[in-house]
Design a protein. Structure first.
Ligand code: UDP
Length: 450
């Protein structure tokens, strides 16, 4: 490996998708690689771009996407197709220029791309560069996705099946209802599968997970791809610093509020960066929270509730009734909140970043999954790892009971003990000699040899 201006070759170009839950771990991976001496360039769509001033040591490569919004009311497959089609030409131009600049092409460039940005893999291979795919979902999601795809091909899975409680034969612990994309129309799912099948076979795979946590799924992934798979998660613990993102401004006042609360007395409630929910569900939540009589921090993103700009959906009297024991914020410093001594539970949609962040801090969960990989994650949290309860109904009564089960009841305490055990497992994994630490070292060796 050559040194150049104090940094190593190859240059690592990371192509990130515009989703916040993908951008964050991509930047964390970039930080980790940068700390190992690589030069870093981030290729990103103009939609939801990162803020270069937050990352002065990286180069940024904007891609012309001609997209103005992530339209969650439309078809997800159309969005992904347009994103890939539109970003491809400018990515190709950037790479061609960079190759020209690398001392007449003698020095190598390695492309790591978010799997949703599969055009980047195609361009890299066309230009004879190593292409590494990066997955920011759970490893368990991958076999579940393959099962769902297979059921479609065999026309054995109909949309109305999504409520099915039965176990999928030979795919323990999954029930039909845990399979990905449950609530998307079948046609959109089929189209997405067709679009994703354009992806090339990568030269290696990076996964934001932990080998000891998802060993079985990682083995299946390795068998499927037949290339090295590096489990380097959780990246927010592996990265030397957590790069700020440019999504919403964090309301840090909640930390000062938490400082005044008793240990493990507060439930943190957040459904991530994308979910848009029905007003009725949110009203039930508010009633459940009020009736539980527990302390809480509730993240309500502006615009995340249909027909409500922010908190207009709240039932009358909610604010007055809970003023002494609760906070509603637009966006929280989630990792800091989960690491705070006062937080004793996390009511989550089970996005993978949130799940990893919760596991890393030993916080038991209430799982309320909605789509894509969230059902699989929730199934593992509640049924396999037994560090959370899955909310089955959306009535305030059940929500109230769930909050009390996690925060007050003995079974919540037992879950907390298991969750703290997992926190220790994460700590070990990211330490020198731990599985994720070692995986990152191997990945660094692999990239250096490209
Ligand atoms: N997050 C945050 N503040 C909030 C809510 C969420 O910083 O108020 C972060 C959270 O820490 C996580 C990400 O947003 O890193 C959400 O990612 P996840 O995969 O859980 O869900 P998604 O947003 O992709 O649905």
């Amino acid at each position: 490996m050559e040194e150049h201006g104090g940094r190593r070759w190859p240059l690592v170009v990371l192509a990130s998708s515009p989703f916040h839950g993908h951008m964050t771990p991509t930047l964390q991976l970039a930080k980790a690689l940068h700390a190992h001496g690589f030069s870093i360039a981030i290729a990103h769509s103009n939609l939801n771009p990162p803020n270069p001033s937050n990352h002065p040591s990286f180069t940024f490569l904007p891609l012309s996407d001609n997209l103005s919004t992530i339209d969650d009311s439309g078809s997800f497959s159309n969005f992904i197709q347009t994103l890939n089609k539109n970003c491809k030409p400018s990515f190709q131009e950037h790479l061609t220029r960079l190759i020209g600049e690398q001392n007449g092409g003698n020095k190598s460039i390695v492309v790591i791309y978010d799997h949703l940005m599969f055009f980047a893999g195609i361009v890299a291979v066309d230009l004879n560069l190593a292409a590494i795919v990066f997955r920011s979902c759970s490893a368990a999601y991958f076999p579940a996705y393959l099962v769902r795809q297979q059921l479609h091909q065999e026309s054995r899975f109909l949309e109305q099946d999504y409520v099915m409680q039965e176990m999928v034969p030979n795919h323990h612990p999954l029930r039909y209802k845990d399979l990905p994309f449950s609530k998307s129309p079948v046609e959109d799912m089929q189209q997405l599968v067709a679009i994703m099948s354009q992806s090339i076979r990568p030269s290696t795979v990076i996964w934001n997970t932990i080998k000891v946590l998802e060993h079985e799924a990682l083995t299946q992934i390795q068998k499927h791809y037949q290339v090295p798979v590096f489990a380097v998660g959780p990246l927010h613990k592996i990265a030397p610093t957590n790069p700020p993102t440019n999504f919403l401004e964090e309301d840090t006042s909640c930390i000062a509020w938490l400082d005044k609360q008793a240990p493990k007395s507060v439930i943190y409630i957040s459904f991530g960066s994308l979910m848009r929910l029905d007003k009725k569900v949110l009203t039930e939540m508010a009633c459940g929270i009020a009736k539980s009589n527990q302390r809480f921090i509730w993240v309500v993103r502006p615009g995340s509730v249909c027909d409500s700009e922010w908190t207009e959906f709240l039932p009358e009297g909610f604010i007055e009734e809970t003023r002494e024991r609760g906070l509603i914020v637009k966006w929280a410093p989630q990792k800091e909140v989960l690491a705070h001594f006062a937080v004793g539970g996390f009511w989550s949609h089970c996005g993978w970043n949130s799940t990893l962040e919760s596991i890393s801090e030993g916080i038991p969960m209430i799982c309320q999954p909605f789509n894509i990989d969230q059902m699989v994650n929730a199934r593992y949290v509640s049924y396999v790892w037994k560090i959370g309860f899955e909310l089955e109904g959306l009535e305030s009564g059940e929500m109230e009971i769930m909050i009390r089960r996690v925060m007050v009841d003995e079974e919540g305490e037992e879950m907390r003990v298991r969750a703290i055990g997992m926190k220790e497992m994460v700590k070990e994994a990211v330490q020198n000699g731990g599985c994720s630490y070692d995986s990152l070292e191997e990945l660094v060796g692999f990239i250096s040899s490209c």
